[in-house]
Design a protein around this ligand. Structure first.
Ligand SMILES: Nc1ncnc2c1ncn2[C@@H]1O[C@H](COP(=O)(O)OP(=O)(O)OP(=O)(O)O)[C@@H](O)[C@H]1O
Length: 253
C-alpha cells in the first residue's frame, strides 16, 4: 500500500476519450495526490462516468494514464470500482452475501474456491456497512441506500488502495450517506484514496479534500480550498451561472 500522502497517485498526460467519433473528454493532463477524498464534479454529460470507466479500462481512451507510475494492466487489483446504481442488473439472482464475495474474485485463481479468510472478509465488510441482517436477501429486495452500501462492501473486500466510485450517494437515505462518508474517513486513515463522482456541491467543502472539475474536458483540478471557487464553478457549470463572468468582471471603462 502506498501511504505517502504527497505521492502522485494518478498522472494523466494528454488523456482523452472519444466514443463513436465524438469527443467525450478533450485531452487533459493532471496529477492527483494519494490518500485524499477526491470529488469529480460537473454538469450532466460532462464526462464524469466516462472518465471513471476509461480509467478502469472499460471503454477505450487515448493518451497516458499512470497509477503510482504504472499502467492499469500492472496494478488493476489495487483498484476497486463502484458503478452507478442504474448500471447494475438488480434482478440478477444473487443474494447480498454472494455479491460482496465477488469482491474477492480478483484475488483468487480461476480454479480456487473462496477460503475461510475470504469469507471472514465478506462478513467483516458487510458488518462495516451495517447490512449483516440482510446477507441472505436477494439483491433485488434491497433499498437504494442498501444497494450502494453493498457495493461499497464489495469494494472494501477487494482490499484495493484506490476506490473509484460513481455517485455512491445517488438516491441514498441519510443513514446510508453517513455510513459511507464515515467509511471514507476510515479508508483515508488506512492510506487509501477515493475518487468519487459527486453531485451535491454543498457537501464538497466539508467532505472532500480535492476536486476535479469537468465539462467535456478538464476545467480545474486542485485542493478544495484553492480550486472550489466561484470562478471555476462558473466555468464548470456555465448553464447554472451564465452571468457569473459578466457580473464579476470589472466594468469596462
Ligand atoms: N457509447 C457512447 N457513445 C457516444 N456517446 C456516449 C457514449 N457513452 C456516453 N456518451 C456521451 O458522453 C457524454 C458524457 O457521458 P457521462 O455519462 O460520462 O456524463 P456524466 O458527466 O457522468 O453525466 P451525468 O451527471 O448525467 O451522469 C454524454 O453526452 C453521453 O451521451
Amino acid at each position: 500500500m502506498n501511504t505517502d500522502k504527497a505521492a502522485v497517485l494518478l498522472n494523466l498526460q494528454n488523456y482523452s476519450v472519444r466514443l463513436n467519433q465524438k469527443t467525450i473528454l478533450a485531452p487533459m493532463s493532471l496529477s492527483l495526490p494519494g490518500q485524499q477524498k477526491i470529488a469529480v464534479i460537473g454538469p450532466n454529460g460532462a464526462g464524469k462516468s466516462t472518465l471513471l470507466k476509461a480509467l478502469m479500462g472499460l471503454i477505450p481512451s487515448q493518451g497516458q494514464a499512470l497509477f503510482w507510475g504504472q499502467p492499469l494492466a500492472k496494478i488493476q487489483p489495487r483498484i476497486a470500482y463502484v458503478p452507478q446504481r442504474e448500471e447494475v442488473d438488480w434482478n440478477f439472482p444473487i443474494n447480498a452475501y454472494d455479491l460482496v464475495l465477488m469482491g474477492r474474485q480478483g484475488q483468487l485463481k480461476f480454479w480456487q474456491r473462496p477460503t475461510p479468510h475470504d469469507h471472514q472478509l465478506v462478513a467483516e465488510n458487510i458488518e462495516r456497512v451495517g447490512l449483516s441482517h440482510l446477507i441472505k436477501e436477494p439483491i433485488s429486495h434491497l433499498s437504494g441506500g442498501q444497494k450502494q452500501r453493498l457495493f461499497v462492501a464489495r469494494a472494501l473486500c477487494q482490499q484495493a488502495d484506490l476506490l473509484l466510485m460513481d455517485e455512491p450517494f445517488a438516491g441514498v437515505d441519510q443513514v446510508s450517506e453517513n455510513i459511507i462518508f464515515a467509511l471514507f474517513d476510515e479508508l483515508i486513515a488506512q492510506g487509501k484514496t477515493i475518487i468519487c463522482v459527486h453531485h451535491d456541491l454543498a457537501r464538497i467543502p466539508s467532505h472532500f479534500d480535492w476536486v476535479v472539475q469537468l465539462n467535456q474536458g478538464l476545467v480545474a483540478s486542485g485542493s478544495v480550498s484553492e480550486s472550489f471557487n466561484p470562478t471555476n464553478l462558473a466555468k464548470t457549470f456555465p448553464h447554472f451561472w451564465p452571468d457569473f463572468n459578466a457580473t464579476t468582471q470589472p466594468a469596462a471603462r
